[in-house]
Write a protein that binds this ligand. Structure first.
Ligand code: F3S
Length: 398
């Protein structure tokens, strides 16, 4: 890779340990993917925040970098392993909380915003169309590339952090326009009727696309929360973190539908539910907010839970960023949800909190949430918000 004088200085350790280490990471990555140079980025989203995933080795790595590392661009954080304030109410043990707080301290020292959300675009890290960024967190990467039209590869935690310390990322993959062309046409021949259908559609498109970039036709209307859910699902189940939705997402008018075509109809959507849903009745946990809830979703939850009571056998979690929760506080939604027996899980989520062994079954609106819950040895049900709230109230899936 061709390096500028400033980049050479960093690589030679003249700007300190974190910058040197970061340059080594970016150089290795650039060489693997045959990047010619580094390019400036507008922002970074760092994943790999939960102590559950990092362990002591990860914490040590972060502490080393935090000694002299300071981020050069706007940098936000993915969810941590617990609610940073109310971790006790989520059943987190003291030792885990102590270690998780040390992780957060390291990120704070680096100048990173402790946003702890996978929807940074809802709370102020909003790139512009065409901007190069270096984000990790697959759902956010897909949203940034497809819905916003920014340009990012699917970074890992360390490469995103390295990009933040250097303010640049290697120019390869989805940073290059010729790699952003759609290569499979997916026609949706089914009308999507409920929110979780977007997760089911993401499942179908992801499976059919097999690491390709889908050009999707047949969708007339979709709102931001539905797109957010689709982004999380499509990349989890197999597509590249970029898609075009004809007439809806930016850039879709610049391309024609590719020749290779697949169609998704009611049969495929039904099949997706069949594959995602396990056979059980008693629901231990209902978790809404994968990706993290917007204020609209919380308003809807509050509307459904008003004057109702969650079953004592079931936990009901609303996962969101602390900032969105603050808006919910001001609008009175928090009071309604908590009065019904629900809990807010700010700063964390159902995939990165240490939930293994705590719940046997979960109901959610999210296909991605189901994928990761299975990895936590939980049985899963995906359904509409109404179905999930009913499950929470009755303690069982009907
Ligand atoms: Fe976000 Fe966690 Fe889902 S990071 S997309 S809530 S698995």
């Amino acid at each position: 890779m061709n390096l500028t004088k400033e980049e050479e200085r960093m690589l030679n350790g003249k700007e300190g340990y974190a910058a040197k280490k970061s340059m080594e990471i970016l150089l290795a990555l650039g060489n693997i993917f045959e990047a010619e140079r580094l390019i400036k980025i507008g922002s970074v989203q760092v994943a790999g925040v939960s102590y559950h995933n990092l362990g002591d080795a990860g914490l040590e790595f972060l502490n080393e970098l935090a000694k002299d590392g300071e981020v050069k661009v706007l940098t936000t954080l993915n969810p941590a392993g617990m609610d940073l304030k109310d971790w006790k109410k989520l059943g987190i043990d003291e030792e885990f909380a102590r270690k998780q707080n040390l992780v957060i301290d390291a990120f704070k020292k680096m100048g990173i915003i402790i946003s702890c959300t996978c929807t940074p675009y809802l709370i102020g890290n909003l790139p512009r169309y065409g901007e190069h960024i270096a984000w990790s967190e697959s759902s956010a990467v897909t949203f940034a590339n497809s819905v916003i039209g920014a340009k990012t590869n699917r970074e890992g935690g360390p490469s995103a952090l390295a990009a933040a310390f250097v303010g640049k990322t290697p120019c390869y993959g989805l940073h290059l326009d010729h790699n952003r062309m759609p290569d499979i046409h997916v026609h949706v021949a089914a009308k999507l009727r409920k929110f979780s259908d977007w997760g089911a559609l993401g499942y179908c498109v992801g499976k059919k696309a097999e690491n390709k970039i889908p050009y999707i036709t047949g969708i007339d209307d979709v709102n931001l929360d539905e797109l957010k859910s689709f982004c999380a699902s499509v990349v989890t189940y197999g597509a590249k973190p970029l898609f075009y939705m004809s007439g809806i997402t930016p850039g879709s008018n610049n391309y024609r539908a590719p020749k290779r075509k697949v169609t998704i109809g009611y049969k495929e959507i039904k099949e997706a539910y069949k594959n995602i849903n396990d056979d059980f009745r008693t629901v231990d946990l209902v978790c809404i907010g994968c990706p993290h809830c917007s204020i609209n979703e919380i308003a809807e939850i509050a509307g459904l839970l008003k004057n109702r009571e969650i079953s004592p056998k079931t936990e009901f979690w609303v996962a969101c960023s602390r900032l969105v929760k603050q808006i919910a506080d001001g609008r009175g939604y928090t009071r309604i949800i908590e009065k019904a027996g629900g809990k807010f899980a700010c700063d964390t989520c159902m995939a990165v909190a240490p939930l293994k062994g705590k719940f046997r079954s979960v109901a959610t609106t999210s296909a991605k949430g189901c994928y990761y819950s299975r990895q936590n040895d939980m049985m899963t049900k995906m359904g509409s918000l109404e179905e999930c709230v009913e499950a929470a109230v009755k303690g069982k899936w009907s």
